[in-house]
Design a protein around this ligand. Structure first.
Ligand SMILES: [Mn+2]
Length: 341
């Protein structure tokens, strides 16, 4: 980290044109860390473009300066041009070009002459970045961005907006400071951010207490459909595209649903299956204790992530996907039952 910080410091000595990219379907940590990094780099004299592959979900639209984000899907040629102009490209909250989506992946792969900076906390980083801040032990990319900004003597540039953005990223990736990834350092960073005058209760309300009636009704349906398999200590929810349509589903509406499966006293593993408009299926995995949700996601569902929070996808249809999942549970039975011992 120190070495990378020195190298980054050197690179930022002269003013540069910089592109910052978030992963597809950006979450609070991606958007928060991206906006904060943009703020910091802009204040220190750089020209900075913040790019999201697709739109920012509704539950994050209240974030200060969110309108600065350029959406690739809305204007692919312009974004491609901005990337071509950029001398430095930061990838935030992801560590493999594929997470930026098919088209952006190709664009990024076509620019080997650029200097890439990775800031990320997922496992198994790809090796595209000349400067790597990669640490799966960290709660969030936002926590890492805080340390990078302060490590570059940028504490004075962390204003109330930047603090709000970073706090949002840390809060969402730690489930409001309750997931196992929360460390004493996470709390110290959060405390520093609170001292910048943020309204932490308002952030909590904006993220978690701002459901639409459609979303609450969809949650009701999801909870009603939850199936618990006590022999595997596993709970899962399947939502078809008809279910989603019935409640006027908008992107982000199912955010957090998967966690309810872990609220069951005896469950160690919770899974949410969401059928896409095309026949693909998106899957979220959450686990307690040492059950490796990321390993399970990677082995059978083209995904990955963290030990206790991972994602995956299939292109084989909803029923086939759920069947595959049910067929693979026996293989993990021992780990599932003893995950939280
Ligand atoms: Mn993250």
């Amino acid at each position: 980290m120190i070495q990378s910080l020195d190298e980054l410091n050197k690179l930022l000595k002269q003013n540069k044109t910089i592109g910052l990219i978030l992963h597809r379907n950006p979450d609070g940590d991606a958007v928060g860390s991206g906006l904060a990094m943009q703020n910091f780099l802009k204040q220190t004299g750089h020209e900075v473009y913040l790019i999201s592959p697709n739109e920012v979900p509704a539950y994050l639209q209240w974030l200060p300066q969110v309108q600065r984000i350029k959406i690739y899907e809305q204007n692919p040629n312009k974004v491609k041009h901005l990337l071509q102009q950029s001398e430095l490209i930061f990838t935030l909250d992801f560590n493999d070009f594929s997470r930026a989506g098919n088209e952006l992946q190709k664009i990024l792969q076509s620019m080997p002459e650029k200097t890439f900076v990775m800031i990320d906390h997922h496992l198994e980083p790809s090796d595209y970045a000349q400067i790597m801040f990669s640490d799966p032990e960290r709660s969030s990319t936002s926590e890492m961005v805080y340390d990078i900004i302060t490590g570059l003597s940028g504490q004075k540039y962390i204003d109330k907006n930047t603090a709000t953005q970073l706090y949002t990223g840390i809060m969402t990736d730690t489930g409001s400071f309750k997931f196992p990834n929360t460390t004493p350092h996470t709390m110290r960073v959060a405390a520093d951010l609170m001292e910048k005058g943020i309204n932490h209760n308002k952030i909590q309300i904006a993220i978690y207490d701002s459901f639409s009636t459609d979303k609450l009704h969809l949650l009701g349906e999801a909870l009603h459909k939850l199936i618990f398999l006590p022999q595997y200590k596993t709970a899962y929810i399947v939502l078809s595209k008809d279910d989603l349509k019935k409640y006027n589903y908008k992107k982000g509406d199912t955010e957090g649903f998967v966690n309810y499966g872990l609220a069951l006293a005896d469950s160690n593993f919770a899974v949410l299956f969401l059928e896409n408009e095309d026949k693909g299926v998106r899957i979220s995995f959450r686990s307690k204790g040492n059950f490796p949700a990321n390993e399970f996601a990677k082995k059978y569902f083209n995904g990955g992530g963290h030990r206790n929070a991972a994602g995956g996808r299939t292109q084989t249809g909803l029923q086939e996907t759920v069947d595959l999942f049910l067929n693979k549970l026996p293989e993990y039975k021992e780990k599932l039952i003893h995950a939280n011992d």
